[in-house]
Design a protein around this ligand. Structure first.
Ligand code: GTP
Length: 205
């Protein structure tokens, strides 16, 4: 069984909990208790594979959330960065978060920068009050080599289900790639070790 860990990041009130609860329960619940960090668990089956999904939904007001990128960037296998299309400040914040994910990953994981990320423009139903054009979201995602989707947690389930499914598939591929790379560099160092030990002996005979 694969374990997949995702973290949701974004400004206060962007709709992180709404997006997540929509995915997990198919329902939209207007108001969420938002004074605590939450860790959600769900068992899923994607492409015939059983998965244990854990999603960290930090409370924006807590001090842990403010420093989330200093530690849980190592914890999460993938990120969903949410902004509100009717709030420019939340978009600017999403831009900073994407940059911080990139920087933290470069520092911590020896160049392993391509951690799967999906940028989500939520509250698409509020397009009459739009402050961020869809194209701006798409461009930001392209610059950061991540997926992009505008959604409305209030109105629709399918787009949200698709974006999580796609992200989880990418995370599974990324984890497999990292495991293969570790195995490969492990077998290279084993070959080196064997050469060092037996190669030298053979020479001395
Ligand atoms: N119109 C509309 N309102 C939404 C949508 N998604 C969330 N909301 C509302 O936006 C408000 C904030 O939603 P939350 O899901 O609590 O936002 P959050 O990002 O988790 O907020 P914090 O937990 O404070 O960080 C709530 O009143 C939601 O009902 C949406 O798609 N459309």
């Amino acid at each position: 069984m694969n374990d997949i860990k995702l973290a949701l990041l974004g400004s206060q009130g962007a709709g992180k909990s709404a997006v997540l609860v929509r995915f997990l329960t198919r329902r939209f619940i207007g108001e969420y208790a938002s004074n605590a960090n939450s860790l959600y668990h769900k068992r899923l089956s994607i492409d015939g594979r059983q998965l244990n999904l854990e999603v960290f939904d930090p409370c924006s007001q807590s001090s842990e959330a403010r420093c989330i990128l200093e530690e849980p960037v190592d914890w999460a296998d993938g990120f969903v960065v949410v902004y509100n299309i009717s709030d420019l400040t939340s978009f600017i914040n999403a831009k900073n978060i994407l940059q911080q994910i990139r920087e933290a990953r470069t520092d911590n994981c020896k160049g392993d920068t391509d951690v799967p990320v999906c940028l989500v423009g939520n509250k698409q139903d509020l397009c009459h009050a739009r402050q961020v054009q869809e194209e701006e979201g798409r461009c930001l995602a392209q610059e950061n080599r991540c997926n992009f989707q505008e959604v409305s947690a209030a109105e629709s389930y399918q787009d949200i289900a698709n974006l999580f499914t796609q992200l989880i598939r990418q995370v599974m591929e990324h984890l497999k790639y990292r495991a293969d790379r570790r195995r490969y560099s492990g077998s290279k160092s084993m070959a080196k070790l064997i050469n060092n030990v037996f190669g030298k002996r053979r020479k001395s005979v």
